[in-house]
Design a protein around this ligand. Structure first.
Ligand code: F6R
Length: 374
């Protein structure tokens, strides 16, 4: 049943190329550059009129939501607000029937997320679910659902369902951008072409980076703390890397926006602290280049204090190797889709560290796959 893998989690990490392909399949046309979302009782007119998108989710799905904010705002130019579902109801949200609600949930049964959805609906919003389980409660109550086709996930720590959520959010962002005419046909086509190349690129990472992460695990499996840094859309990915490590290896880990380090957390850095820095770049994108340059200065702030940097960078980046202890390489893609590539090394790193520490990676202590209490 584990298909020759030692754990479900590793099997599911390796299933990501297929999960991404299946989530994309049948929803795009490379001829017209269009995204088709079926199962939608929301019209293009609703999409055009939406003044805001409110997203609510928990845990890993909240990280996908936060990455999705970058995708939607960048492409569709509509403001996005992201809430922890467990907080949404209790902050007395301002009713706005022209806002669209978006719930992100693998199981479709998370009690806090369902409560947030009902709150949105009671305030007059239409809601869309991004969900991995057909017919789950949150999908049933939504006006539209974008199913992630990751397939059943057995490992408690989410991997393939997360990357499938990122892909579903990307499709949603492109669709919304098309309805609102904030991107041209050519731009749409180019984005979708990049998307279709993603599974092959994930396969490449799995081939090369798995062994490297196993080696890194030998060096770092006994540390007591880890830090994960990123900027822009890579910041929620840093949070996800920290969560993966915490939940399966029980090592304390924190994710931080790299630019915030100088406002306090730099005090934590010493020669015992491994710091994973997401330092990929899309050279064709001006914002991405700027982000990369700023990230390099953040790396220097860490190394100047003797912190040990493990960088995730794009293939062919020869500059970064001189600055850091270790580099894990991922292929090139466009800025927004780099988020899907740079989480893969973080999943593998967490997995190999947890295995070396003798942890039960598929069934971490104190955790359940689906959280149906508020
Ligand atoms: C962690 C993980 C959890 C879930 C969270 C929400 O790996 O999987 O953080 O993301 O419990 O669950 P769903 O996505 O089913 O609403």
């Amino acid at each position: 049943e584990k298909g020759g893998y030692k754990h479900f989690m590793l099997k599911e990490i390796f299933e990501q190329p297929r999960a991404i392909r299946d989530t994309t399949l049948g929803r795009i046309s490379l001829d017209t550059g269009k995204v088709f979302l079926s199962e939608m009782k929301i019209s293009d007119e609703d999409f055009r009129r939406a003044t805001k998108i409110n997203i609510a989710a928990c845990g890993t799905s909240w990280h996908a939501a936060t990455a999705g904010k970058f995708m939607i705002e960048r492409l569709a130019r509509v403001p996005v607000e992201v809430d922890y579902a467990s907080e949404y109801r209790y902050r007395d949200p301002i009713p706005d029937p022209t806002a669209l609600g978006l719930l992100i949930t693998q199981s479709g049964e998370t009690a806090d997320t369902l409560a947030a959805q009902r709150e949105m609906i009671s305030k007059g919003s239409k809601t869309i679910a991004i969900c991995n389980v057909v017919g789950a409660m949150i999908a049933r109550e939504a006006h539209g659902t974008i199913y992630t086709h990751a397939g059943p996930e057995i490992g408690v720590a989410s991997t393939k369902a997360f990357t499938a959520q990122l892909v579903a959010l990307f499709l949603f962002a492109v669709h919304l951008a098309q309805a609102r005419q904030t991107i041209s046909e050519d731009e749409g086509r180019a984005l979708l072409e990049e998307l279709t190349m993603l599974p092959g690129k994930v396969e490449e990472i799995l081939k090369t980076v798995d062994g490297e992460c196993e080696k890194l695990a030998r060096i770092y499996s006994n540390v007591s703390d880890f830090l994960f840094l990123g900027r822009g859309i890579h910041y929620p990915i840093a949070l996800e890397g920290a969560l993966k490590l915490k939940e399966i290896s029980y090592i304390h880990a924190e994710g931080y926006p790299a630019g915030e380090m100088k406002h306090g957390p730099n005090a934590l850095i010493d020669e015992t602290l491994p710091v994973v820095v997401l330092a990929t770049q899309d050279k064709s994108n001006r914002d991405s280049k700027l982000r990369y340059e700023k990230t390099l200065s953040n790396i220097q702030e860490v190394t100047a204090r003797s912190g040990k940097v493990i960088a995730v960078a794009v293939e062919g980046d020869t500059d970064i190797g001189h600055l850091v202890e270790h580099v894990l390489h991922v292929p090139h893609t466009s800025e927004l889709l780099l988020s899907v590539l740079d989480v893969i090394p973080l999943q593998l790193l967490a997995y190999h560290i947890a295995v070396r520490r003798g942890c039960d990676v598929d069934q971490p202590r104190n955790l359940a796959k689906s959280v149906t209490v508020e």
